[in-house]
Design a protein around this ligand. Structure first.
Ligand SMILES: *Cc1c(COP(=O)(O)O)cnc(C)c1O
Length: 404
């Protein structure tokens, strides 16, 4: 109930309970770093700062909300959480969070990732979670998929159905979602709030541009939403979401009501969407392959308060390599989209001879994604052209909603 209240709350500030702060303090505040070596390599007059969320136990921003969700569930007598995970970033974050509050955690991990990413699976087990390759024979939805195709590779949509069914059938269990929803974005605003204080401590002015990669929108919302009141007060700050060209939700998807899941069992939300049946090409930034986006981010893009941009993965990996070789951190493939935008902004500042302050969110490290770097180094990465017809096909299935 506490999370649902937060989901609907009109209140601007909600205090973080002490037991959550206590866990967050294991790695928070995260460092705000000036990327001087990257600036030098680009020969830019811009000052580039990044907020390093990769220092969390799971290696990304996701534990910020996982810890809060585990805490509020525990408070209300829930002793077990069920969830899905694609590449394993959310599953490992929730496994960690549950372990800190003595809760059980069950993760339905998409079968292809379960087989391809064994170390994320191991990480979840280190933190005490039970991990199943989805589809499983433990749920009706899993059994139905297996009956039709015994070798199904699974999908995020199927794994969501399994986790929701698991939670619905047990009184001691709730389902937890790692992105998109308002309460998730709220929990992530700790990133932008810290960044503002840290910029002030460093004697720096407000940034000209704030950048985050965007899958479901939570890490971008986390760094950017705390700057929205400044924009509303007349400050010129560009808030830029960066998505993959092969899953261009904000840049090419309409603003419409749609289901958050593939099966169409969860409530519809108004958001930018490519259609709940849209299947993006397989790219290395698995965390950015969601058909929809946070309703808050979508509305702010619609109103022109936030902007969006899309990049192909090859250019993003080039930016990631430059970052790894200057700043020393190997970023997650998802994060490389934000880095590419920051690099482009720094180059634009150089060409305009402008002193620009750039802030981006380093949403996670890439230590579990080294196979993607191998593919890049072997010259095997390609950019996928996404024909309009493949978007149009999925948009036909948008739910029909009475405008009134
Ligand atoms: C999950 C993930 C993302 C994408 O999710 P958002 O909700 O859009 O933030 C981005 N970066 C990393 C490192 C992730 O793990």
């Amino acid at each position: 109930m506490a999370l649902i209240e937060q989901e609907m709350s009109p209140v601007r500030t909600i205090a973080i309970p002490d037991p959550i702060l206590d866990v967050l303090s294991i790695w928070r505040p995260t460092p705000l770093v000036r990327a001087r070596r990257l600036e030098a390599a680009l020969g830019t007059p811009a000052r580039i700062y990044f907020k390093n969320e990769s220092v969390s136990p799971a290696g990304s921003h996701k534990p910020n909300t996982a810890v809060a969700q585990a805490y509020y569930n525990k408070q209300e007598g829930i002793r077990r959480l069920a969830t899905e995970t694609g590449a394993g970033q959310w599953g490992s974050s929730l496994a960690f969070a549950c372990s800190t509050f003595g809760m059980e955690c069950t993760v339905y991990m998409v079968k292809v990732s379960y087989d391809a990413k064994p170390y994320r699976r191991s990480l979840m087990r280190v933190w005490g979670a039970e991990v199943f390759a989805s589809p499983t024979d433990k749920t009706n939805s899993g059994r139905a998929v297996l009956a039709a195709d015994a070798n199904s590779p699974g999908s995020l949509g199927i794994a969501i159905s399994e986790a929701v069914e698991d939670a619905a059938n047990r009184a001691d269990t709730h389902y937890a979602l790692g992105s998109v929803l308002n309460h998730v974005c709220l929990h992530q605003t700790v990133i932008g709030q810290e960044a503002k204080k840290q910029l002030a401590i460093a004697g720096e002015r407000l940034p000209d541009v704030v950048i985050g990669c965007c899958g479901g929108g939570s890490n971008f919302a986390g760094i950017a939403l705390p700057f929205v009141p400044d924009v509303a007060a007349g400050k010129k700050i560009r808030l830029m979401a960066v998505e993959p060209a092969s899953c261009p939700t904000l840049t090419r998807g309409p603003y419409a009501y749609d289901f958050g899941d593939t099966a169409g069992i969860v409530p519809i939300m108004k958001m930018h969407t490519l259609g709940h049946g849209f299947v993006p090409p397989s790219i290395h930034a698995g965390g950015l392959r969601y058909h929809g986006d946070s309703p808050i981010v979508s509305a702010l893009v619609e109103q022109g308060i936030m902007e969006a941009r899309a990049y192909g993965q090859v250019g993003c990996f080039e930016a990631a390599m430059l970052f790894a070789r200057t700043e020393g951190i190997v970023p997650a493939p998802e994060t490389s989209h934000a880095i590419k935008a920051a690099v482009d902004e720094a180059i634009a500042a150089r060409e305009a001879g402008e002193e620009r302050v750039i802030l981006f969110n380093l949403s996670g490290h890439g230590f579990f994604d080294m196979a993607s770097y191998d593919a890049y180094l072997a010259g095997k990465l390609v950019d996928h052209e996404l024909p309009q017809s493949s978007i149009d096909k999925a948009l036909v299935e948008l739910p029909k909603v009475d405008a009134a």
